[in-house]
Design a protein around this ligand. Structure first.
Ligand code: HEM
Length: 432
C-alpha cells in the first residue's frame, strides 16, 4: 500500500478530533507538495509572508481548473469579495465596512453587546429544569445566527432556508467532497439561490427601511458610490454565511477547551473580564478555520527553499502556523496568560477576517455566560463527535451535563453586575 501524504492524512475523518500531531509533522517541511499538485505551507513565518504577497491571488478564476470542463457561460452573479483580488476586493470591502465597524461606524458592534447578552441569556434560560444539553444545537449555533440576522436585517423565520444553503456552501469548500469543478458548480448553484433571496430582501428594505445594515447599504450614497445590486446580493450572502460555522465553532471549541482546562473555567466564572484573553488564545489553540485552500500563485514564488510555480494552488495551514514552536513558546498548551499572542485565527493581509470584531464580541459574551450559569458543568464524551469538514473544524454536537441553570444577570447581586460591567468595557477595548 502506498504511504499517504501527511496532508492527505489530515483530510481523513479519523484524524479530525486531534490533527495537531500531524500538523507538527507537516511543519518539519514548511512547504510540501500534496497529491493533487497544490503546495501546502504550514509554518508561521512562511504563511504570514504569503498572506501579504501580492503574487498570491484569492480569485477563483486564476485556479488552473477554471473554467471547468463542460462549463457554459459563467453564472450571472459576481464572485464573493473574499474571492477577489485588488482593486475590486478593496473597493467592495471598504463600501461594506462603512456600515459594519471602524473607522466609519466604530460603535456598531459594541452598541449591541447588551442585546447579544440578552440573546445568549435567553438560550441558556431555555435549558432551565434540565441537566443535559447539546451546546452546539442549543446555544453555539442559534446565538450567532440570531445576531447576524438582526445586524443584516434578515428575517429570523427564514433561518431553515439559509441554514440549508450555508451547509451546502460549507460542504462545497471541503476538499474531501469532490474535485474543484464539481465543488465549484455546487457552490455556484447555492450562490445563485442565496443571491436571488437577497435581491428580494434588498428591494423590500429599500421600500421599508429598518435600522439594519441592508437598509443602510441600499440607501448608501457615500464618496465612493454604492455597491451595484448584484454586488450587494452576492456579498450580503457572504456576510450571512461567513459567520455561520466559524462563530459556532469558536463557542463550541471554546467550551470544549474550558472543560478540558477546569482551572481556567473556574477563573472565567469568577472573572468574566478574562474572556478577551481566553478568546484570543482559543483563536490560536483551537481555531475554527484550519486552512485556506483558496490561494493561487500568480508567479513563481520562492518559499523556504522551495519554488512554488506560477499557476499552482496553495494551501495555507493556519492552524499549524499558530502552533509553530518557532513562533510561540509551548504551543500545545492552552495558556490565556501568554504575554504575546499573535495568531492566524482570522487570517492576515488584505483578506483579514471582516467579521472579527463581531466574532470576538460574540465569543467574549457567550463563554462567561455559559460557564457561570451552567453549574458543575461536565462533558458527556471526550472527544465529542466532529463535523466531517477538515477546513472549518469543530464538534457537530457538544453534549454536556450540569446540576442546575443559575438565574440570569438581572436577578443576581451587585458584585456580579459590576463584574459584567467590567467585562463589557474590556469588550469595547478589544473587539476591534
Ligand atoms: C470566530 C469566528 C470567525 C473566524 C475564525 C473567521 C475566520 C476568517 C478567516 C481565517 C478569514 C480569511 C479568509 C481568507 O484569507 O481567504 C476570514 C475572512 C472573512 N470573514 Fe471571517 N471568521 C469568523 C467570523 C466571521 C463573521 C462573524 C463574519 C461576518 C460578519 C465573517 C466574515 C468574513 C468575511 C466577509 C471575510 C472575507 C474578508 C476579505 O476577503 O476581505 N467572519 N474569516
Amino acid at each position: 500500500m502506498t504511504q499517504r501524504s501527511v496532508y492527505d492524512q489530515i483530510l481523513e475523518f479519523d484524524n479530525r478530533a486531534d490533527p495537531y500531531p500531524l500538523y507538527a509533522e507537516l511543519r518539519r517541511t514548511p512547504v510540501t507538495r500534496a497529491d493533487d499538485g497544490s503546495y501546502v505551507v504550514s509554518t508561521y513565518r512562511e504563511i504570514v509572508a504569503l498572506l501579504h504577497d501580492p503574487r498570491v491571488s484569492s480569485d477563483l478564476r486564476n485556479h488552473p481548473d477554471y473554467p471547468c470542463p463542460g462549463d457554459k457561460a459563467s453564472p450571472g452573479l459576481p464572485p464573493f469579495f473574499i474571492s477577489l483580488d485588488p482593486p475590486e476586493h478593496d473597493r467592495i470591502r471598504r463600501l461594506l465596512m462603512r456600515h459594519f465597524g471602524p473607522p466609519h461606524d466604530p460603535d456598531r458592534i459594541v452598541s449591541i453587546a447588551a442585546e447579544m447578552a440578552e440573546i445568549v441569556g435567553g438560550l441558556i434560560d431555555n435549558l432551565a429544569g434540565r441537566n443535559e444539553a447539546d451546546l452546539v444545537d442549543e446555544v453555539a449555533y442559534p446565538f450567532p445566527v440570531t445576531v447576524i440576522c438582526q445586524l443584516l436585517g434578515v428575517p429570523r423565520e427564514d433561518q431553515p432556508r439559509f441554514r440549508a444553503w450555508a451547509d451546502e456552501l460549507i460542504t462545497a469548500i471541503d476538499p474531501t467532497t469532490g474535485d474543484f469543478a464539481t465543488r465549484r458548480r455546487r457552490r455556484d448553484a447555492v450562490h445563485a439561490e442565496l443571491g436571488a433571496y437577497f435581491g428580494e430582501l434588498a428591494d423590500a428594505h429599500r421600500d421599508h427601511p429598518g435600522r439594519d445594515m441592508l437598509s443602510d447599504l441600499v440607501a448608501e450614497n457615500g464618496p465612493e458610490g454604492r455597491l451595484s445590486r448584484d454586488e450587494l446580493m452576492t456579498n450580503m450572502a457572504l456576510l450571512l454565511i461567513a459567520g455561520h460555522e466559524t462563530t459556532v465553532n469558536i463557542i463550541a471549541n471554546g467550551m470544549l477547551t474550558l472543560l478540558r482546562y477546569p482551572e481556567v473555567l473556574q477563573r472565567l466564572r469568577r472573572q468574566p473580564e478574562l474572556s478577551a484573553r481566553i478568546v484570543e488564545e482559543l483563536l490560536r489553540y483551537e481555531p475554527p478555520v484550519h486552512f485556506l485552500t483558496s490561494r493561487v500563485a500568480l508567479d513563481d514564488i520562492d518559499v523556504a527553499g522551495t519554488t512554488i510555480p506560477g499557476g499552482t494552488p496553495i494551501v495555507l495551514v493556519l492552524a499549524a502556523g499558530s502552533r509553530d514552536p518557532d513562533h510561540v513558546p509551548h504551543p500545545d498548551v492552552f495558556d490565556p496568560d501568554r504575554p504575546e499572542n499573535e495568531h492566524l485565527g482570522f487570517g492576515g493581509g488584505i483578506h483579514y477576517c471582516f467579521g472579527a470584531p463581531l466574532a470576538r464580541a460574540e465569543a467574549q459574551i457567550a463563554l462567561p455566560e455559559l460557564v457561570r450559569r451552567l453549574e458543575n458543568l461536565r462533558l458527556v464524551s471526550d472527544p465529542p463527535p466532529y463535523r466531517p469538514n477538515p477546513l472549518l473544524r469543530g464538534p457537530r454536537h457538544l453534549p454536556v451535563r450540569f446540576d442546575r441553570v443559575a438565574p440570569a444577570p438581572a436577578t443576581r447581586g451587585r458584585e456580579q453586575r459590576e463584574a459584567e460591567r467590567q467585562m463589557h468595557s474590556v469588550l469595547a477595548a478589544t473587539v476591534c
